[in-house]
Design a protein around this ligand. Structure first.
Ligand SMILES: *Cc1c(COP(=O)(O)O)cnc(C)c1O
Length: 351
């Protein structure tokens, strides 16, 4: 019982898939072959941005985006706690501090009003205004004397959870007022829309994932950064290959090995041919769920705000309590419909 039926999808694209893979086996450019650039061009134009930089995973896309913004120790990065670990992990990995901002319960995405409060609290260093992290992951040299934690507000990473874009009009206006960079975590939302714009184009940098179960999935790991900014695109391109300069043995900054495999690009090109059609079909299926699940049957169905279009990476139900949740999951299972808890809280780390 697969959560996403990749076998049925494969039957639809088998001919093109085989052709694309065969082409890679023939030219043999397994690293940064022509399929990578072709995919970047197609997706940049689909998302509606100037530049796309393919990379090894959605996590690397987020990491490269933060590195391109020069995020590090002493920097506060606002994000939502309701997400996959990657979003916060990459912030900590760079020595910056995640500042968690609660969600809007109607959409499950970061609440712009609370983002505003969290920025104010951070600037005033007053956790009475909004809960703040107790200590930065690594205090900046010469700052944070005594118990005061002096973090610089630098960036916000909204997550388009379950495929629904966050409220970017409100987020952008707050970010511009406060000099924050916006990195859109579009790992789940490629194909979604917000006010006629495509997910991936809604921040200064958009980051998506090609993990097999994502709306556009490869047959392995993959990811991509999107931006309209020429300078950022060039920096991302450099970070992706060990901070390369004019060639890969001239290293002008610290980077990573973050390339997308040519074979995955070839797979994604075959899948992209039917992607727009799949996105349309997801609308029909989700509409059917919503109609059939609507009251009085009572788990809460997702609401999509006006002007937004979800790509339904997941169709989520909110149960009243754990008892109701268990019953719903049992019923679904009996009908052969897979369901999982997004995201389970499995105890707490003892540190
Ligand atoms: C899947 C996911 C990621 C990470 O993508 P990978 O390709 O698995 O590294 C990041 N953020 C969110 C919200 C995700 O769902």
């Amino acid at each position: 019982m697969d959560f996403i039926d990749l076998k049925a999808q494969q039957r639809r694209i088998k001919g093109q898939l085989d052709k694309n893979i065969q082409r890679v086996l023939e030219h043999g450019s397994y690293i940064m072959g022509p399929e990578v650039k072709e995919l970047e061009n197609k997706l940049a134009s689909y998302v509606g941005v100037q530049h796309a930089v393919a990379c090894a995973s959605g996590t690397d896309a987020l990491l490269m985006a933060l590195m391109a913004c020069d995020i590090g120790p002493g920097d506060a990065v606002f994000t939502t706690p309701f997400t996959f670990i990657s979003t916060a992990e990459v912030i900590s990995l760079l020595g910056a501090t995640p500042v968690f901002v609660d969600i809007d319960p109607a959409t499950y995405n970061i609440d712009p009003a609370k983002l505003s409060s969290a920025i104010t609290a951070l600037r005033a260093n007053d956790p009475a205004l909004y809960p703040l992290p107790k200590a930065p992951s690594s205090p900046p040299a010469g700052e944070g004397k005594g118990e005061g934690v002096h973090l610089r507000p630098r960036c916000v990473i909204p997550v388009d959870l379950f495929g629904l874009p966050a409220d970017y009009d409100a987020i952008t206006s707050i970010a511009r007022d406060n000099g924050l960079f916006i990195i859109e975590d579009a790992a789940q939302s490629l194909g979604a829309e917000y006010k006629e714009k495509k997910a991936g184009s809604l921040g200064d940098i958009g980051c998506t994932s090609f993990f097999p179960a994502k709306p556009l999935g490869a047959y392995g790991d993959g990811g991509m950064c999107f931006t309209d900014d020429d300078t950022i695109a060039a920096v991302l391109d450099s970070i992706r290959v060990h901070g390369k300069g004019s060639n890969k043995y001239e290293n002008t900054r610290i980077g990573i090995n973050g390339r997308l495999d040519t074979l995955q690009a070839a797979v994604l090109l075959a899948k992209f041919d039917i992607f727009a059609d799949e996105v349309e079909r997801r609308q029909i299926v989700s509409q059917r769920y919503t109609t059939l699940l609507s009251p009085p049957s009572s788990p809460r169905v997702p609401s999509v705000p006006p002007g937004a279009r979800s790509v339904w990476a997941q169709y989520s139900l909110l149960a009243k309590n754990e008892g109701q949740r268990a019953k719903i999951m049992d019923r679904l299972k009996a009908e052969g419909i897979p369901s999982v808890i997004y995201y389970p809280q499995i105890g707490r780390a003892h540190v």
